[in-house]
Design a protein around this ligand. Structure first.
Ligand code: IMP
Ligand code: MG
Length: 175
């Protein structure tokens, strides 16, 4: 058992289990992207460890870049807008693989994906470390998922609880 801030977390997935699953995902991606030179787009902060581990297992020619999504409410327009900070590559005609730490409600990606599509990439696929199928509220589907988990808060392997826990090699679940 570990304590982060005020909460107790129990061991959930070991780094060995995680590593095994990531190798399996990478084999699929290697097969799907042979000769395509994909651009992997890691969404900061949560995905940086998953993205690094997944990227190292890719055997195809591939590029990687990281972006930060900042959401804000427009003062004159309705609804949320998400801006991608740090996106320098031209996405037009590229094969994009978005890498996320977790798809929870799906709100972030469902808002951001249409903005990416506008740049007319050749293809967009989503690789996520975790999904919480019962928490999903928006129409987002991952193409590569390492683990489907129940709707409970998890921490470690890049995911944080209020800023802490990202450096834990294993994944922990809220008690
Ligand atoms: P969504 O827009 O609801 O899919 O939100 C996804 C984001 O919420 C993730 O990128 C995480 O930053 C955060 N999040 C959701 N569930 C968890 C969790 O269990 N642990 C840590 N962060 C989480
Ligand atoms: Mg995140």
């Amino acid at each position: 058992m570990i304590t982060i801030h005020d909460k107790e977390f129990a061991p959930f997935l070991t780094s060995e289990e995680i590593s095994k699953r990531i190798k399996a995902l990478a084999w699929k991606i290697n097969a799907d992207y042979a000769g395509k030179r994909p651009l992997v787009l890691g969404i900061l902060n949560g995905s940086f460890i998953f993205a690094a581990d997944l990227f190292r297992e890719l055997a195809v020619e591939a590029e990687i870049s990281f972006i930060k999504l900042a959401s804000y409410k427009g003062t004159t327009t309705t609804g949320n807008v998400i801006t991608a900070i740090g996106l320098e590559e031209t996405l037009t005609d590229r094969h994009i693989i978005i890498v996320e730490d977790i798809i929870d409600t799906g709100k972030t990606l469902s808002t951001f994906l249409p903005q990416l599509t506008r740049q007319q990439p050749a293809s967009i696929k989503i690789a996520t470390f975790l999904t919480k199928p019962t928490a999903l509220k928006y129409d987002v589907k991952a193409d590569y998922t390492a683990f489907e988990i129940e709707d409970k808060f998890v921490v470690g392997y890049g995911l944080d609880y209020d800023g802490l826990g990202r450096n834990l090699p294993d994944l922990y679940i809220l008690k």
